[in-house]
Design a binder for this molecule. Sequence first.
Ligand SMILES: Nc1ncnc2c1ncn2[C@@H]1O[C@H](COP(=O)(O)OP(=O)(O)OP(=O)(O)O)[C@@H](O)[C@H]1O
Ligand SMILES: [Mg+2]
Length: 258
Amino acid sequence: MSCICVVSPKGGVGKTTLTANLAQAIQQFGLKVSAVDLDSQNALRLHFGLPLSQRGGIASLVAPGADWQSALVETDSGISLLPHGTSTRAERQRFNEAITRSDLLTRNLKAIANEPDAVLLADLPPGDSAALQAIESLSPIYCVVLMPDSASLSVLPELESGEFLPPLAANRHFFILNLMDLRHHLAQDITEYLRQRLGPKLLGTVHRDEALPEALAARQPLRLYSPGSAALVDIEHLAQNLYRWILASQGAESGKPG
Ligand SMILES: Nc1ncnc2c1ncn2[C@@H]1O[C@H](COP(=O)(O)OP(=O)(O)OP(=O)(O)O)[C@@H](O)[C@H]1O
Ligand SMILES: [Mg+2]
């Protein structure tokens, strides 16, 4: 199993949007794709057409030995989704304690994406979290999402010092620059600066493109809603880059070259 973990020290940079759209783009390579929502905002389900009234998910499945299969939803896209579920503050506390003190998270994610060609995408909350600490034992690739603004620049030292991601992840983290809008000089300058500073660690960029929120509102996959959109081209390019990593990691697991 390969795990791709979409994270950022910043909120609102497009983690959930990219998790859902990358899952759909990676599925085009014929892999078995699952997605898990580890953010109590419970928003990933909306990108897979689940109704607002759908409340179930992993948040309440915290008892020792709990089996998350019962929360798994087979979506119309063919991607298996583990929604977070709605939760009270007390439930969120119990969930965080359970994934910190036990192997609840990794045991269940391994069971759900247990085939060698399985790919699991995880949408994380902004900033540090119990989920970010716990998921490290799956040795994921971390896709750190930034946007071309001053706040993203301000978190670079934290990212580069290893304060944000677990230290072992240093050779498994990449950056995605989202909401790129080259009509604005500041965004242009920051984009150019980040391209130079991040070098090959920059996996790709995604244009600011209203087709993304519109596709979500229309409850349609981006490739059906707006097949010629700039965001779709960008996301498919990112998926290609991730696919190379997936093949390499699966080859390494089976002892074969990727
Ligand atoms: N490339 C893009 N072009 C246009 N709008 C985008 C793009 N990416 C994300 N958005 C919009 O930006 C907003 C924030 O996106 P999203 O919810 O995916 O961010 P997030 O990082 O998951 O937020 P949070 O930190 O709250 O979890 C949403 O309205 C989304 O539709
Ligand atoms: Mg989100």
